[in-house]
Design a protein around this ligand. Structure first.
Ligand SMILES: Cc1cc2nc3c(=O)[nH]c(=O)nc-3n(C[C@H](O)[C@H](O)[C@H](O)COP(=O)(O)O)c2cc1C
Length: 272
């Protein structure tokens, strides 16, 4: 998080460029002969890493979870720059429908600040429809190469039209058209249908023209109720420190209630 409290946009356009590169790499890789993995390397029961010894101490934690997230996100982004991690802003968003049936998918976190985490998606998608019926969700940042994960539970609300528009305008032209072309989560007859729709839109809004913000597309801001910082340690004795919001979603501390951490947040250690 920036010291001046302004919203941070971790990757904006770079993510799309990276995704395009990755897709090109994957296409190339499919043509190259691959070394065969020995059978023993394919057995998940034998896959075992010894995690780092560096610990996580409640005394060195930031006063609030979003500042602590900022510290860890910086380290994850630095690790990504050195090739240790891929897409540190990728997170798994889990939602549940009105009957409590869960679903999960990866999305890119595009902003974070003291208010929470923001991602963008199609408002007609499965996740968005589930959030409309049940705003409770969880986020998971899986930073495996660092033996870390951050788990967030909270509620999601749509970002304002202005905020959505500001982000939409920062997206590459091709992705802007993609948001129009895709009725996300709907069944389509063929890949060709999607490509055709995109090409039609590209003819209507060529590069250099302003693509309107689709009314069915926008952001969700996740207000955290709890944020757990998980650090892998030796012998599976991991560190788990969880900030739990005291009082209501506005963070006000209930009378007489505060066990530790900053005003509005209690920090507790969980058994691994
Ligand atoms: C690395 C990665 C990043 C993704 N980022 C987004 C994103 O920011 N927004 C989004 O709507 N879908 C994103 N997706 C696609 C989603 O995982 C998912 O397929 C899509 O949102 C539809 O989900 P739903 O049908 O459960 O609503 C991403 C997928 C991957 C693998």
């Amino acid at each position: 998080m920036r010291q001046d409290g302004r919203v941070t946009d971790p990757t904006a356009e770079a993510a799309d460029a990276l995704a395009a590169d990755a897709a090109a790499d994957a296409r190339g890789a499919a043509d190259r002969p691959r070394p065969a993995a020995p059978e023993t390397a394919l057995d998940p029961a034998g896959m075992r890493e010894q995690y780092r010894t560096e610990g996580l101490d409640a005394r060195t934690l930031a006063a609030d979870p979003m500042t602590q997230f900022g510290h860890w996100f910086r380290e994850a982004a630095e690790s990504a720059m050195l090739g240790g991690l891929y897409e540190p802003n990728a997170m798994i968003v889990s939602t549940a429908d009105a009957e409590g049936r869960p679903s999960a998918r990866t999305v890119l976190m595009k902003q974070y600040d003291a208010r929470g985490f923001v991602f963008f998606t199609n408002y007609g998608s499965r996740k968005a429809r589930e959030l409309a019926a049940n705003p409770h969700l969880s986020l998971l940042f899986p930073w495996h190469p660092m033996a870390r994960q951050v788990l967030v539970t909270g509620t999601a609300a749509r970002t304002s039209a202005e905020e959505t528009a500001a982000y939409f305008r920062s997206r590459p032209h091709g992705s802007q058209l993609g948001a129009w072309a895709s009725a996300q989560s709907e069944v389509i007859a063929s890949r060709g249908e999607l490509d055709r729709r995109w090409a039609e839109l590209n003819a209507r809004y060529p590069v250099g023209t302003e693509v309107p913000v689709p009314p069915h597309w926008g952001g969700f801001r996740v207000t955290p109720a709890a944020v757990e910082f998980w650090q892998g340690r030796r012998n599976r004795l991991h560190d788990r420190l969880r900030y739990v919001r005291e009082g209501g979603a506005d963070g006000r501390v209930p009378e007489g209630g505060r066990e530790g951490g900053a005003a509005g947040w209690r920090v507790e250690r969980l058994s691994p």
